[in-house]
Design a protein around this ligand. Structure first.
Ligand code: PSU
Ligand code: MN
Length: 307
């Protein structure tokens, strides 16, 4: 596939794509709006290193000065982690940021779309967005779910945070025909916790099996994405019984401040870090790294099956 000229690639990513080597896309909202400085940039660097250690090339995606970047330099990562002019941009925002020459940190939704434009099939993140609690009134359903039904990309995440309505999120994904597959467990994970109380719709045992599912789905002409849920490692999890009251607290603080729309996820993540005295941040970092390692293995197995 010829390289898409609308995108700017780092030399490392360009080479990997041209040679048909495994590439793992990484999002940037997690850097700008998902973690505090300096842990955000440190984690971003460590995640890229882990992808390389597992034999794949990392491609962190963002928009800088209106140009879509597939792969970032160390200075560009630092800018994303520190510059307050960086907006959180989802799919709807992408054309505006490009047209007006702004800086944007891409969410799961917009990163998926750009990965697809670049021909990247596997993407690692922390947690995906979903159907928010109370969505039957607010209609707050993350564009991440729409994009999962649309872009041919596998998203490796630690499941869906219980700041969201997990049951409704799973229902929505079923309606949209998105395979929700948990790696090595029968229960769908809840980001900070390995358990969510919801059985996983589907399960695989190895990254190689996940790669075979991707091949089968796209060779059959079944478009759209796959959500591969990878439970947080046991040593780093916060059990559901412990995190639930903290999440309740963060949700009621958010209501009191009347925070809505795109600001809800960043607010809740930050508030939970405060309430847990930093413990949720350690868990978040651990699960992102685990997802990056698994995504690299899936990408490698997928590429090994031929174009
Ligand atoms: N979950 C996290 N960390 C994050 C996000 C989600 O644990 O940083 C970000 C991702 O970029 C995700 C976005 O795509 O939040 C979802 O936002 P919204 O709910 O506004 O669609
Ligand atoms: Mn929303």
């Amino acid at each position: 596939m010829p390289l898409n000229p609308q995108l700017d690639y780092t030399p490392e990513v360009r080479d990997a794509l041209e040679l048909g080597r495994p590439v793992v896309a990484l999002e940037s909202t997690i850097i700008s709006h998902g973690m505090p400085y300096p842990q955000n940039v440190q984690t971003a660097r460590e995640v890229e290193a882990l992808v390389r250690q597992h034999g794949a090339t990392p491609a962190t995606i963002a928009v800088l000065h209106g140009r879509i970047k597939v792969g970032l330099s160390p200075d560009e990562l630092e800018l994303l982690a520190t510059d307050k002019a960086v907006q959180k941009i989802s799919t709807r925002d992408l054309p505006v940021t490009v047209a007006l020459g702004g800086h944007g940190a891409t969410t799961v939704a917009s990163t998926m779309r750009i990965a697809h434009l670049a021909g990247i099939r596997v993407f690692a993140t922390g947690g995906t967005g979903g159907v928010h609690r109370g969505a039957e009134r607010s209609m707050d359903v993350s564009a991440d779910l729409t994009e999962l039904s649309r872009s041919e990309v596998c998203v490796v995440s630690a499941g869906v945070k219980s700041i969201l309505d997990i049951a409704l999120t799973l229902e929505y994904l079923e309606t949209q025909g998105v395979p929700v597959i948990t790696l090595g467990a029968d229960e769908f994970p809840a980001f900070y916790s390995r358990q969510s109380g919801h059985p996983s719709p589907l399960t695989v045992d190895t990254p190689e099996q996940a790669a075979r599912v991707l091949r089968a789905k796209w060779e059959l002409g079944l478009g759209g994405g796959v959500l591969l849920a990878n439970p947080v490692p046991e040593a780093s999890e916060i059990p559901a019984a412990e995190i639930t009251p903290h999440i309740q607290q963060a949700l009621s603080d958010m209501d009191a401040l009347e925070i809505t729309g795109k600001h809800t996820t960043p607010y809740l993540l930050g508030r939970i870090v405060e309430i847990t005295g930093g413990r949720s941040l350690s868990t978040n970092i651990a699960l992102v790294k685990h997802n990056a390692a698994v995504a690299a293995q899936v990408a490698e197995a997928y590429m090994a099956m031929g174009m």
